[in-house]
Write a new protein. Sequence first.
Length: 357
Amino acid sequence: VDMATVHVAIYDAVVAVVGGHQPFAATPSGSAAGASVDAAASAAAYEVLRALFPNRAAQYQSVYDAALAKIADGDAKTRGLQVGKEVAVKIVALRANDGRSVQLAPYVPGTAPGKFRGSNPINRFLPPMKPFVLTSAAEFRPPGPPSLMSSAYANDVNETKVMAGTASTARSAQQTEIAQFHTEPPPPFQTRNYRVFASSRSTVADNARLAAQMWVAVADATQACFEAKYHYEAWRPTSAITLADTDGNAATEPDTAWTPHVATPNHPEYPAAHSCVAGAISETLARHFGTRRVAFSFNSNVTGTTHAYESVDAFISESSVARIWGGMHFRTSTEHGAALGRNVAGKVADLKFRPVN
């Protein structure tokens, strides 16, 4: 959400200067023609970060000063700074009451078969928040996990049980590496790897538009994902497999000693958040470049390796199976999560960041 706020401000400041595309939400009060694009972008980012994280102001100051030192002094620079600051103030005001501080009742975990067992789960603040583009966080809510009595549920459970246990002999070394690759916490993994897209185009305006569109799609897809998670409150594989004697499905058998290969995050299973985000990122890239064959590489500080993807669909596929092979998710959850992310990103692309007619 915060990254989306920063990049929306940068985008609106840049668009105010160069035109060509519709602003997301904010325009300066006067004409910005002739202002420095670099100054506008720098000021917009700096002012939003100062507003969101005032305790880190000194950290941002040195980077901001270094950026401004590269811009020639003069009227263009002065006006660019004014544009960036004014747009930033408007974007911060737009998100000031976004609902993140809503007081939530203590979480009560479920006890029925299929229900999430964790206590004090994380990211419960996301569902009540105001989306950037979606009408509501539930707009693209997926249909829900398979019935416990279904063959689809049994297939999901048995696949994760065989492939993702700590003691699994079915998982290859390559599959193990893929599972671990995607366990780096999202904040550093995303900000480091998505940065390549903010410098992939030939102009500041195109880079600003792609970065803003991407982060808005990620923000809304993440919120929509957690809305669905806390709506369905589905149990994790570690519960489903060890308690399989309670699910009423003759095709599943309990393994009380089963543990996942990778530690399970403390929030409900369905849908898979990594898949929601992968779907959103991939659909944004496909819409922006006009093709799904967008090649890029990401790296992980967990494995120290780099993975190359020949298409956005290759990234979605790997990100999804990584959560299955890690033991945190079921296949249906990853498929529905990716579809949710694509739907969110599609709406963002249809309604925002559009060329001026």
